[in-house]
Design a binder for this molecule. Sequence first.
Ligand code: DON
Length: 587
Amino acid sequence: MAVRTSFLALSVVSFAGVAGCQSAGGRASTAESAIPARNSVQFPSAWQFTAGDSAHFAEHAMIASNSRLASEAGIEIVRAGGNAVDAAVAVGFALAVTYPVAGNLGGGGYMVIRMADGRSAALDYREVAPLAASRDMYLDANGNPSEESVIGYRASGVPGAVAGMLEALAKYGTKSRAEALAPAMRLARDGFLVDSALSRSLSGNRRLIGRFSGRAVFFPNDSALKPGTLFRQPALAATLRRIVDHGAQGFYEGVTADSLVAEMARGGGLITAEDLKRYRAIWRTPIAASYRGYQLIAMPPSSSGGTTIAESLNLLETFSPVPPWGSAGYVHLLGSAYQRAFIDRNSKLGDPDFVNVPVAQLTSKEYARMLSKTIDPQRATPTPRDGKQIVDGMHTTHYSVVDDKGNAVATTTTINNGYGSGVYLASVGFFMNDEMDDFASAPGKPNMFGLVQGEVNAIAPGKRMLSAMSPTIVLDPQGGLLLVAGAAGGPRIITTTSQVILNVIQHNMTLADAMRAPRIHHQALPDELLVETGGLTPEAESALKAMGHRIRYTGGLANANAVMRVKGGWHGVSEPRAFGERGTAGY
Ligand code: DON
């Protein structure tokens, strides 16, 4: 096993079995040697979670998402003989019904697939800029970006979610559209009981949703849907029906498309019938990365996720030994690796169909060896203001699916902000995205996430805006499926997903601990180390400050959902930082 447990001495208090793990001889088990026992870990005393919690265990199949109802929709499909792709599609459509803050038909996403026979694939169904979009469309008279890239009709890219899910179903699924969409149709038509998480989320977004047509649907009698209300969405059910009956054409043409285009025209949006008709999801070659013998199957551009995770992990791999988890040394190395990987991300990555992206170079071990020489183990390096490399030369939702046949799917989908642009298309029952803000509206100036990005990610008609979404599948050194992970949270997706992975493969944590461990984030600019409040010991904090790090504490960094193989089955953990019900389902 590549993980060196000896360096865990400071943070590891005892060697323990897997919390919550059972040892029934399930279908998921492979060679026993491929399933290492996990270490227990100690979190800083001020941290909100204690280590050693249990995870949801299931013997055959497991899904972790932000909605239990959506995860159950996927498990229903697996129980009916479907595979992980069928289930992922069922979850995706169900999230559009039960988790309107981020689940969507009006957004886009990415899917990484690994079939039990060894095939892997990456599907890009990111939104594209409408044909009428132009480079400076969001700049005011002073050259500053306006809020139009975030709120209202002009903020939306052409949605890719429906095309993507149907493409995945057609190529890797085994079920019909009617079967895969049945749970979502049922949830929309017959309704589901609103829980306190949905009610609270709506209340928190009242001002945005209230500006557009969603007000009547989500705020009946002028207050947010109350917990316990049976919430039916007949317009959405009819939209889903047209997708079942006519496939992608039932969304990108016909009644749904006509309604969307008419609403856009009414509100000053740019999306036309031609934009919708031209939209296609694209199969891409996954990023194949590795870390100390573990293999990562990750998302290539137009997402920056896989490239940036690969570069960060390659940089960390050049350090041996890796300091113990939670130590100032570890946080410094990891933060410095992220800082460098984000400098490259922000200046060199964009839509590969429009710009040259040096993915092979950025993900190469040789490049990491060269770049790691710029990391001083004792000192933070300031991010150059010009965004050049140090050396020359919320809302989104992620779900992880494994089936009883050994297939796995990692999917992240988004409408960007919570409830997207706020524009709700009442006649067809869904929110539109505000994904245009992921472009560099004003190259060199920060976007909503504070990301300072370059010309490569400038707006152009038909172009995909750079994403941070990082659906990732990890294989153990024997090639067995180990972990399916990803997150929501803008640029913090990259750092959070890679820390969940590192917590498992470098620090040998259980999945429950890997998900609960405090997270850090560095995105080059602003030049600061973000740390979750209570996430550092006082000693680590003063050592990091002495190294020159500017530390800023923040609430929860990102929202991850992951599934991991354990002895006899699977562990599923949905984001412990999220309010409300846990979103795992398994059998
Ligand atoms: O694609 C991206 O990188 C962003 N649109 C993701 C936004 C996000 O995660 C917001 N969520 N909490």
